[in-house]
Design a protein around this ligand. Structure first.
Ligand SMILES: [Zn+2]
Length: 61
């Protein structure tokens, strides 16, 4: 019985792979200093997370 060499063409596979993970992870605004930060990460600017100082920077007193 005739058997297809591959299910999808190489071009179709390459096209699909070229669109893989094109979207960048979203940025959310920090409620403390209103700069863009990574979601679910401590803000690099003010060191705040969930309304508390998590990472203390040398600038703050
Ligand atoms: Zn911040």
């Amino acid at each position: 019985m005739a058997n297809p060499k591959r299910k999808w063409s190489k071009a179709r596979t390459a096209r699909a792979r070229s669109n893989w993970k094109l979207s960048v992870p979203g940025l959310v605004e920090c409620p403390q200093c209103h700069t863009k930060k990574m979601p679910h990460k401590v803000c690099k600017t003010c060191g705040y997370y969930n309304g508390k100082v998590v990472v203390q920077s040398e600038e703050q007193d």
